[in-house]
Write a protein that binds this ligand. Structure first.
Ligand code: ADP
Ligand code: MG
Length: 322
């Protein structure tokens, strides 16, 4: 089973940023309103996520490291109607297989919490502990037992870039949650609970506020909200392009194309517009299962989505031009 865990771990955990994503998504599923990410050495030494969410019972704290132990899917049909980020019950088992993990968790109604240490899928200790409400996962020495993987990690600046990307995606998708990111003892982000617009501005800073144009649209198949950048603020890189579907960051070359075609004639050659677009679709009209890291999804009616998105972006661009 250790071998199975290690193999599966390779799919879920490619780098420190994958751990960050899984842990933060779990905190969101646990309804946390305050999520703190602490990183040392770009996650190679330490990754910690502390939340004030629902916490786990003693039994669940131990069970959460078992493969396919998910509290989120009860029936096969639930897979087609997802309302949570997690659903495979794979992440924690995978992470615990290839790192040193310390879990501290307490439910609100309980007097005492649980403190578990697990290293390479082996339980080292489990104790009762005085803890605040919520959950802390501390992940040390990632890939300690897979030297090939560990050596394959990129420089700290590259790995940290990936972590910041994941952090920003999660923070942009959940503006009402308070997020902080601390790297090697310095605060990188401090994002108080806010709204979508202010969250974007808090993350990107500078002149972000003046360049944003709102987009809103509501049809039977999709509800669109969010912001696009005025064409004159477009730049050479694609660093400010975000799609969220049901508050999950996704990548879609097809939908990106819809945006680019809406900007046709408005951009200088090679320039890229900013966009922060939030699509809401009925959960049963998408399939998130096609990709292990869940960043690509399949839409039932991709073509209509394309047309609606293109039209509403065009409309917003036109409105601010007149
Ligand atoms: P999944 O998210 O797919 O269910 P995970 O391996 O990520 O699988 O987590 C396993 C289970 O552990 C979750 O279903 C949840 O019940 C519990 N869990 C994980 N993280 C937290 C957290 N931060 N707060 C409360 N419960 C958690
Ligand atoms: Mg999960």
């Amino acid at each position: 089973d250790h071998v199975a865990n290690q193999i599966a771990a390779g799919e879920v955990v490619q780098r420190p940023a994958s751990v960050v994503k899984e842990l933060m998504e779990n905190s969101i599923d646990a309804k946390a309103t305050d999520i703190k990410l602490v990183i040392k050495d770009a996650g190679k030494t330490l990754i910690q996520v502390i939340d004030n969410g629902a916490g786990m019972s003693v039994t669940d704290a131990r069970l959460c490291f078992e493969r396919h132990a998910t509290s989120k899917i009860r029936h096969a049909e639930d897979l087609f109607d997802l309302h949570t980020k997690g659903f495979r019950g794979e992440a924690l088992a995978s992470i615990a297989a290839i790192a040193h993990v310390e879990l501290k968790t307490k439910q609100d109604q309980e007097e005492l919490g649980t403190h578990i240490i697990i290293e390479g899928s082996k339980f080292v200790s489990q104790e009762v502990a005085v803890l605040p409400k919520g959950t802390s996962f501390l992940v040390k020495n990632l890939f300690f037992n897979i030297p090939a993987r560990r050596n394959f990690l990129k420089s700290d600046s590259v790995e940290m870039r990936h972590i910041v990307d994941e952090f920003q995606r999660v923070a942009l998708a959940h503006p009402t949650i308070y997020f902080t990111l601390i790297h090697n003892g310095s605060e990188v982000f401090n994002l108080p609970a806010s709204n979508y617009r202010q969250r974007i501005v808090n993350i990107l800073g500078g002149k972000t506020n003046e360049k944003l144009v709102p987009v809103t649209e509501e049809t039977e198949i999709v509800k669109i909200s969010g912001f696009i950048g005025k064409p004159e603020f477009a730049k050479k890189n694609r660093g400010e392009q975000f799609f969220f579907v049901n508050n999950r960051f996704i990548k879609s070359g097809y939908l990106h194309h819809a945006i680019m075609s809406a900007y046709e004639g408005l951009l200088k050659e090679g320039n890229q517009p900013s966009y922060f677009l939030y699509l809401e679709v009925p959960p049963h009209t998408i399939d998130i299962n096609i990709h292990p890291t869940k960043t690509e999804i399949k839409f039932d009616d991709e073509q209509s989505l394309y047309a609606i998105l293109r039209a509403s972006v065009k409309h917003s661009l036109g409105q601010f031009n007149v």
